[in-house]
Design a protein around this ligand. Structure first.
Ligand SMILES: NC(=O)c1ccc[n+]([C@@H]2O[C@H](COP(=O)([O-])OP(=O)(O)OC[C@H]3O[C@@H](n4cnc5c(N)ncnc54)[C@H](O)[C@@H]3O)[C@@H](O)[C@H]2O)c1
Length: 344
């Protein structure tokens, strides 16, 4: 297979993981990079040996022949950049959060559909191998039909030193982290009918909420709780592990801290350590996230080759994004929110 030619837009904190992962994928390579900050362009260009460097996206699109672009900028630039890619008929990956509002996200999906270009949101958490392992247990039928789930991410890790912008936005934990955990809930238990939310801000030094608790009714009839906190100090810091409890008609799944998976089901109880691999370029504690970056980028290349829709396509991600919008509006009104009403 001929290697796909990609360009990366946004050479910041997280893009370095994406660049490492692209280097591990034989069927694709990054041939050009773009960042409006010349210093970030220099650092990433030098680190990964990329000579074609642009500070202006329009200039890059005009000069390069590309098979895809990978957008790793922060949210405010996502819509114009995705629409620019669509106008050039270039398949596009966009980092989460997909857009500032659900209306923007819907417009981006429409722009790519009209242009006939694939669009994937870099919603990588469901690609972590422990999360995939939980999904595989559900698919095996071992615990029967799930009726309850708790998907939990509680930590006191200092995310603000690497990503200072997280301390300044009016929206914080749901938009930045909860979006991943809500997506995992959808991935494991299916689409959501209604959501009820409560939020709090415990850390006085930040602008947004750092605690969120969400109760969801899934279309399948299952109920789940998604709870997220960056204000939870524990004896052993679990960042960035997502902990999972699922109860089914024939058993239970528990993904506990330290990647311990306990399954009690039709064939008894098994306990396994399902720690993710530490890739050569990865570093603890981020390694489960770094592993998922490689997995989602591989998935993108497979989808481009086969014409399959990515699991976290733009259209799919609207259903996760709607949960984010529902959580904010529901926390403000203290009323349950119907998700279908948002997706109309
Ligand atoms: N999926 C994950 O696990 C994960 C983890 C961390 C961050 N993220 C997401 O990745 C995105 C980037 O986050 P970050 O922490 O790396 O941010 P960052 O601020 O470190 O990097 C963003 C870079 O994009 C550049 N940029 C912004 N607008 C641009 C434009 N219009 N044209 C060219 N360059 C532009 C900036 O100069 C900066 O270098 C965010 O949306 C964030 O939510 C995802």
């Amino acid at each position: 297979m001929v290697s796909l030619r990609g360009a990366l837009i946004g050479c910041g904190f997280f893009a370095v993981n994406q660049m490492h992962a692209w280097r591990d994928i034989e069927d694709a390579s990054i041939v050009a990079i773009c960042d409006r900050d010349p210093e970030r362009l220099r650092i990433v260009g030098d680190q990964f040996g990329i000579s074609k460097r642009y500070t202006d996206t329009a200039e890059m699109f005009a000069s390069e022949t590309l098979d895809f672009v990978d957008i790793a900028t922060t949210v405010s630039s996502h819509r114009p950049l995705v629409e620019m890619a669509a106008a050039h008929r270039i398949p596009v990956i966009c980092q989460k959060p997909f857009a500032p509002t659900l209306a923007d996200a819907k417009a981006m999906v429409v722009a790519c559909a009209k242009a006939g270009v694939p669009l994937m949101v870099h919603e990588n958490f469901r690609w972590q191998s422990p999360i995939q392992a939980v999904r595989a247990v559900l698919d095996s039928g071992e615990i029967g039909t799930p009726f309850f789930g708790r998907i939990s991410f509680r930590s006191a890790y200092d995310v603000f030193s690497g990503q200072p912008y997280l301390a300044t936005g009016k929206r914080f934990i749901i938009e930045d982290l909860g979006i991943h955990i809500l997506d995992i809930a959808r991935f494991l238990l299916g689409d959501v009918a209604t959501l009820t939310a409560r939020t709090a801000r415990i850390n006085p030094a930040i602008a947004g909420e750092d605690v969120a608790t969400m109760l969801m009714d899934h279309g399948s009839g299952a109920t789940s709780v998604v709870d997220c906190s960056y204000a939870t100090r524990l004896a052993v810091e679990p960042f960035p592990e997502t902990l999972i409890e699922i109860d089914g008609s024939d058993g239970t799944i528990r993904l506990a801290q330290g990647y311990q998976l306990t399954v009690t089901g039709k064939s008894g109880t098994t306990v396994k350590d399902i720690s993710p691999p530490l890739l050569p370029w990865a570093s603890r504690p981020w390694h489960n996230i770094q592993e998922s970056v490689l997995a989602i980028q591989r998935h993108w290349v497979d989808c481009l080759a086969s014409g399959k829709e990515p699991a976290t396509s733009g259209a799919d991600n609207l259903k996760t994004f709607a949960l984010v919008e529902a959580a904010y509006s529901g926390a403000a009104s203290r009323e349950p929110v119907r998700i279908d009403d948002l997706l109309k």
